[in-house]
Design a protein around this ligand. Structure first.
Ligand code: F6P
Length: 376
C-alpha cells in the first residue's frame, strides 16, 4: 500500500565517487517537480541525521550540480550504531528515528556502497524507511550490474596507463601503476585491459612474483624491454594471501574476547605491512629482471572530478527511478541497475556482500588470450 509522502531526506556516505551529485539531482528533481515533495539534504553521511546538519534542496540548490565531482552534501564513514559523540562511541539509531519523526522526513535515500547498505539495513530494522543507491568506483556492490563512479574512474585509470606507456617505453622501464580497489579488482582489470597493461594483478588472484618476472623477461626477449604492471592496491602474493587466510580463520574460530582481540591485531599487522606492497613488488621485479622499475600510485585522482557521461546517465536514472520507488512505498531496498532498467533488491541481499571478479569472468579470459600475465 503506497505511503503518503511529503518530505524526503538524502545523504551520501562512505568514500566519494563521481556521479553522486548527478544522483542527488535526479532524486531531487523528480521529487520536487514530478511528485511535488520537499527534499532535505543531510550533510556528512549518517552524522547529518544525528546532528541536524541539513540543507534544503530546492531547485536553486540542485541547479548546476550534474557535472560536479564529489558530493555537495559532504560524506563520512560514520556508522549510526557506532558513532563517536564527544569522544564516546554510541548507538545513535534511536536518536535518528526520533529526529526523522520530529522533522517529518518520510524516507531517507542513502547513496553509498556495501558498507552504507549495511548501515541502512540497521536503520530499516529499526523501523526507518530507507532506500540505497549503489555508488563506488570499485564496482563491487552485490546484486547490481553497475555502480556509478566506476566508469569515470575507469577512464581516469586507463588514461594514466596510456600516459605511463610512453614514458616506460622511452626509458625501457617497468612501471608499476597502483590502482584503487582494496578488495575487488574491477578497476585494475578494466583499466589494465583498456590500457593494454602487460601484467594485471588483482586481489582475487594471488600472484607469484617469479611468474611476473618471467613474463617480463619473455617480453624483453621478444624485443619489448619495457612493461606496464597494473596492480590493485589489494593485490597480494600467494604467501601473503595464505597469511591473511589463516589470520581470518583464526578470527572466525576465536571464542573469547581476548582471542578476538589477538586475531584482529594479527590482521591489522598484516594490513600495516601491506601498505608498502606496491613499492616492494617494484623492487622485487627490478632485482629479478634487471630492468629499472618505477611506481606510480594513482590514488584519489581516480575518485575526483567530473563524472563521465555514462556515470551521469546511470546516476540520473537510478535517482529518478528511486523517486518512483518511494512513491510506490517500497523501502528497505537498494535500487540496482539491471541492463537499461532498475530493480529493487532487499538490503539483506546486499549488506555485507561483495561482488568480486569471478576467476572465470570473460575479462579474465580475454586477458589470458592476450597473454597478459595475471601473476598466477
Ligand atoms: O571508494 C572506494 C575506495 O576508493 C577504495 O578503492 C579505497 O581502498 C578506499 O575507497 C579508500 O578510501 P578512503 O581513504 O577515503 O577511506
Amino acid at each position: 500500500m503506497a505511503t503518503k509522502i511529503r518530505r524526503i531526506g538524502i545523504l551520501t556516505a562512505g568514500g566519494d565517487s563521481p556521479g553522486l551529485n548527478a544522483a542527488i539531482r535526479g532524486v531531487g528533481k523528480a521529487a520536487l517537480g514530478y511528485y511535488g515533495w520537499e527534499i532535505v539534504g543531510f550533510r556528512d553521511g549518517f552524522r547529518g541525521l544525528v546532528e541536524n546538519r541539513r540543507i534544503n534542496l530546492d531547485r536553486a540548490a540542485l541547479s548546476g550540480i550534474l557535472t560536479i565531482g564529489g558530493t555537495i552534501l559532504g560524506t563520512s564513514r560514520d556508522k549510526p550504531h557506532r558513532m563517536v559523540m564527544n569522544g564516546e562511541t554510541k548507538d545513535m539509531t534511536g536518536v535518528i528515528r526520533d529526529n526523522l519523526t520530529k522533522w517529518g522526513i518520510d524516507c531517507v535515500v542513502c547513496l553509498g556502497g556495501g558498507g552504507t547498505a549495511k548501515n541502512a539495513l540497521r536503520l530499516h530494522r529499526a523501523g526507518i524507511r530507507v532506500i540505497t543507491l549503489p555508488k563506488t568506483i570499485d564496482n563491487d556492490v552485490a546484486m547490481t550490474d553497475a555502480t556509478f563512479g566506476y566508469a569515470t574512474a575507469l577512464d581516469i585509470a586507463t588514461e594514466a596507463i596510456d600516459r605511463l606507456h610512453s614514458t616506460a617505453h622511452s626509458h625501457h622501464r617497468i612501471i608499476v601503476a597502483e590502482i584503487m580497489g582494496h578488495r575487488a579488482g574491477w578497476l585494475t582489470l578494466g583499466a589494465g585491459l583498456a590500457g593494454g597493461a602487460d601484467v594485471i594483478l588483482i586481489p582475487e588472484i594471488p600472484y607469484d612474483v617469479k611468474k611476473i618476472a618471467d613474463a617480463i623477461r619473455q617480453r624483453s626477449k621478444r624485443g619489448s624491454n619495457f612493461s606496464i604492471v597494473a596492480v590493485a592496491e589489494g593485490a597480494m602474493s600467494c604467501d601473503d594471501a595464505r597469511l591473511y587466510d589463516s589470520a581470518e580463520k583464526e578470527l572466525e574460530r576465536a571464542k573469547t574476547l581476548n582471542d578476538k582481540i589477538e586475531a584482529k591485531r594479527a590482521i591489522a599487522a598484516l594490513d600495516a605491512r601491506h601498505q608498502g606492497n606496491t613499492m616492494r613488488l617494484a623492487g622485487q621485479l627490478e632485482e629479478l629482471t634487471h630492468l629499472e622499475s618505477r611506481v606510480t600510485i594513482l590514488g584519489y585522482v581516480q575518485r575526483g572530478g567530473t563524472p563521465c557521461a555514462a556515470d551521469r546517465i546511470l546516476a540520473t536514472r537510478l535517482g529518478t527511478a528511486c523517486a518512483d520507488l518511494i512513491n510506490k512505498g517500497e523501502f528497505g531496498v537498494m535500487l540496482a541497475a539491471r541492463g537499461d532498467d532498475t530493480a529493487p533488491v532487499p538490503l539483506e541481499k546486499v549488506a555485507g556482500k561483495r561482488k568480486s571478479v569471478p576467476r572465470d569472468h570473460s575479462w579474465i579470459e580475454t586477458a589470458r588470450r592476450l597473454e597478459t600475465c595475471l601473476g598466477d
